[in-house]
Design a protein around this ligand. Structure first.
Ligand code: SF4
Length: 168
């Protein structure tokens, strides 16, 4: 797995101050994608164990952070590796909040509880779902690019067996 970006601090990809890690690789190919270069799984730098530990240490030492966000690309195309990374983060920073972006819709990710995608989803608190749809582009919406995309509370959604959206 490669990463194609890392912001130690950002207020644009979720509530609170968050570290943001962009995982390379996406097959959704949305028209008007903000950065088609991120579709390539070889784009960016290898997310080696050493690089992971550097970032984890930096996050652990930053008391101002409210959590981290995984973006892309689409992390769900590297679901096993992304889930393992979250495990490594939580081993160092228990209860660290994780938001995650995807071009899939939530309902597709919960189809199979045995899938790598479901395992990844369950490790996160919030998913911002859905492809970017150019005709629904809205730059005034917090944390997303088009109005079809939802900000979903994952654990509440599982509890109520329906997508529960956060209001922002
Ligand atoms: S899901 Fe995101 S990264 Fe993938 S094509 Fe759509 S906008 Fe681009």
């Amino acid at each position: 797995m490669n990463i194609c970006g890392y912001y130690p601090e950002s207020i644009n990809e979720g509530d609170d101050l968050r570290a943001v890690i962009f995982l390379s690789g996406c097959r959704h190919r949305c028209s008007g994608c903000f950065n088609p270069a991120t579709w390539n799984f070889n784009y960016g730098e290898p997310f080696t164990e050493q690089r992971q530990q550097e970032i984890i240490t930096e996050m652990a030492n930053n008391q101002l952070l409210g959590g981290m966000t995984l973006a892309g690309g689409d992390p769900f195309f590297s679901a096993d590796e992304a889930a393992d990374f979250i495990d490594n983060v939580r081993a160092a920073i228990p209860n660290f909040s994780v938001w995650i972006y995807t071009g899939y819709i939530y309902e597709d990710l919960i189809v199979s509880v045995d899938s790598a995608e479901y395992r990844l989803l369950m490790k996160c608190q919030v998913v911002i779902d859905g492809p970017f749809i150019e005709s629904l582009k809205n730059t005034s919406l917090p944390y997303r690019g088009s109005s079809n995309q939802r900000i979903i509370d994952i654990q509440s959604s599982i509890r109520y067996n329906d997508a529960v959206e956060l209001t922002t």
